[in-house]
Design a protein around this ligand. Structure first.
Ligand code: R1P
Ligand code: URA
Length: 292
């Protein structure tokens, strides 16, 4: 039995941070970072059956062209992903009455629709990247027993090629769900290798007033090559989502709208139009899958 201090439920029976009960979520879940983006997705829905918000975690569940979908904002960063993934998993895989893990585990399909910065000059702003792999430069996932989901050989190559300072921890490399990758495959998406940073400024090589530990890291990541695998973009959630999804038995895929190009210094002139285009494209892909 899982103690009250470990699996924390609110007085109404909902889970601690997300404020959700098991019946409030669909099997197909869209993650967005920004809470205001939730309604940009659900504006396309035929109906909305449920809405709630606690802190940065806003959730709406509804129907899009016959399919029940939940949209949830995760806020920014891998630490928030730890909360969202564990609480969503508890909603489907732990019986809140007995406080025991269910015998038959239930897989969720998780699609991240987020913004990102490209590392390669050849991946312009306003284009889309589907993350086939992700490298976590944060240490959140290292709190779990990870060995079964790692790509040790590529990690070692990354550490060597970028002269990574392991005082910052050992980066971890994880994969997207092959099933979702095939389902969302389209000409709109470049398949990429996404780097997940634990911050937006120093951890992504942005210098405003502070000197950073490795000012050449972005160029070294840009030049990284392991048997043709190259790092394409930087953001702040994908590796944490992929790692926890793989460990917990869920499917996950991250779709990135490129709003910044770090190699040529450009920023999208209309980021909300780009993200809206990605939302429409992702929703249609979810429906296509349903009808195929
Ligand atoms: C930083 O501006 C945020 O934007 C990206 C990063 O991953 C980080 O969360 O994603 P979202 O647009 O989904 O928030
Ligand atoms: N989100 C990030 O985390 N980095 C960028 O450069 C753009 C969006």
């Amino acid at each position: 039995m899982i103690a009250a201090s470990e699996l924390i439920l609110n007085p109404d029976g909902s889970i601690y941070h997300l404020n959700l009960k098991p019946e409030n979520i669909a099997q197909d879940i869209i993650f967005v970072g920004d809470q205001d983006r939730v309604e940009k997705v659900t504006a396309h829905f035929d109906s909305i059956e449920f809405s709630t918000q606690k802190r940065e975690f806003k959730t709406q569940t509804g129907i899009y062209k016959g399919k029940r979908i939940t949209v949830i904002s995760t806020g920014i960063g891998p630490d928030n992903i730890d909360i969202v993934m564990n609480e969503l998993d508890a909603l489907v895989n732990i019986d809140f009455n007995t406080r025991r893990v269910k015998e038959k585990l239930y897989p969720l399909n998780i699609i991240r629709i987020g913004t990102s910065g490209s590392l390669q000059a050849s991946i312009p702003v306003d284009s889309f990247v589907m993350s086939k792999y992700a490298i976590g430069l944060d240490n959140m996932l290292r709190s779990y027993c990870l060995d079964a989901v790692l790509n040790n050989e590529i990690e070692t190559a990354f550490i060597e090629q970028t002269n990574w300072d392991t005082k910052k921890g050992r980066p971890y490399i994880v994969n997207s769900s092959k099933t979702l990758e095939e389902q969302f495959d389209s000409l709109e998406f470049q398949k990429g290798f996404t780097a997940t940073a634990p911050g937006f400024y120093g951890p992504q090589g942005r210098v405003l007033r502070l000197k950073i530990q490795d000012p050449n890291l972005n160029q070294k990541m840009d030049a990284f090559n392991f048997n043709g695998i190259q790092i394409t973009n930087l953001e702040m959630e994908t590796a944490a989502i992929y790692g926890l999804a793989a460990l917990l038995g869920h499917h996950a895929l991250s779709l990135n709208a490129i709003v910044a190009n770090r190699a040529d210094g450009t920023f999208s002139e209309n980021p909300s139009q780009t993200i809206d285009k990605l939302i429409r494209h992702a929703l249609n892909k979810l429906i296509e899958n349903q009808n195929s």
